[in-house]
Design a protein around this ligand. Structure first.
Ligand SMILES: [Zn+2]
Length: 344
């Protein structure tokens, strides 16, 4: 299964740039900073405890405080997904301003988009979503939307949508409804982190937007303490769910993988997309997430193929790009059938 998952062409729709930064890139940035007082003691190959993961987040945050580093990490993350046979990648990130280094939210986004353009020769299609961090307040939310609109104009198809993320226990997602409504009017798609913790009031209203995809949605369904109305709405709208097994396990939003929400939605034949969330921080990869899904939920090779191929339908890119991907997948399909001697 390991080799199959590695060879499988994949579609990643939920990857935060900073959380995706690998240990190799961290070491590179540390060396550049020559900042010997910053101790980096994350055990290589370790899946990490939650505490270690927070440490890693904090360190990456410190290291990406300038546009050069933002450019560097974006390039590296794209190369790493490419090397893992990801053919289509949607990255997301919260534009960040750091006064000391002169980085503005705008130059942050510019650096990300420049990196995406400079990786244009690789066999991977990359798109970008600007994230609103609910810890930063609505004013910054509006500012982020303005940036998204601006770069949507200047960078053609690269900017495809917006995300709502950050600590789900902070603030109220409903405060951002007007921002997201305007984003929709501008043709930006919405991939929102929703119901990561039980939050019935805000979830109810956020679902009315409706979002184009939901990140995690851990507590949407009744079995997990959600309610019938959420469940029905999501099922009726066929809103795809971005599901990140390792992240949820280490983040302790699910008690164990057998009880992960993937099972509930997948059994209902609801659109599910396997994603990494933060592959660097959680020491995982798309191939490993597919393997984990296979072993946990007893999925066969054909099931994995279907999950990956169907993910193309839920991307935010233009229809002609989706078509191109579908054609590409057809070629891979026959190659894999031959390589693994199976009918997919
Ligand atoms: Zn996420």
């Amino acid at each position: 299964m390991e080799e199959f998952c590695k060879s499988l062409p994949k579609v990643e729709l939920h990857a935060h740039i900073n959380g995706s930064v690998s240990e190799a890139t961290i070491q590179k940035l540390l060396a550049k900073k020559k900042n010997s007082d910053q101790q980096f003691s994350f055990k290589k190959g370790s899946t990490g405890t939650l505490k270690e993961c927070f440490e890693k987040f904090r360190l990456i945050h410190q290291l990406t405080d300038n546009t050069e580093s933002v450019y560097q990490v974006t390039c590296d993350v794209i190369h790493e997904f490419h090397d893992d046979n990801v053919k289509y990648l949607e990255l997301r990130s919260t534009p960040r301003a750091v006064q000391d280094t002169g980085m503005s939210r705008e130059s942050y986004v510019e650096s990300v988009l420049r990196a995406i353009q400079d990786c244009g020769d690789l066999d991977i299609i990359v798109r970008f979503l600007l994230a609103i961090d609910r810890r930063n307040g609505v004013k910054v939310g509006w500012e982020t939307l303005r940036l998204a609109q601006k770069f949507q104009k200047s960078h053609g198809d690269l900017v495809v949508g917006m995300d709502l993320s950050g600590d789900p226990s902070v603030g109220d997602a409903r405060d951002y409804l007007p921002v997201f409504r305007e984003a929709q009017k501008s043709g930006l798609k919405l991939a929102l982190h929703l119901c990561e913790i039980p939050a019935p009031e805000e979830t109810m209203e956020m679902l009315t937007l409706p979002p184009d995809r939901i990140g995690h949605g851990t507590f949407l369904h009744t079995e997990a303490g959600g309610n019938q109305q959420f469940e029905n709405t999501v099922l009726k709208n066929r809103t795809p769910l971005e599901l990140c097994l390792t992240s949820n396990l280490i983040g302790q939003t699910v008690p164990n993988l057998d009880n992960h929400q993937f099972k509930f939605w997948y059994e209902k034949e609801h659109p599910c997309v396997i994603c990494t969330d933060d592959k660097g921080v959680f020491s995982t990869s798309m191939s490993e997430e597919y393997q984990l899904a296979a072993s946990t939920f007893d999925l066969k090779q054909r099931d994995l193929w279907n999950l990956s191929e169907q993910s193309i339908n839920y991307t935010f890119c233009e229809e002609n790009v989706k078509e191109k991907l579908r054609d590409q997948f057809k070629v891979y399909k026959s190659k894999m059938e031959e390589q693994f001697n199976i009918k997919l």
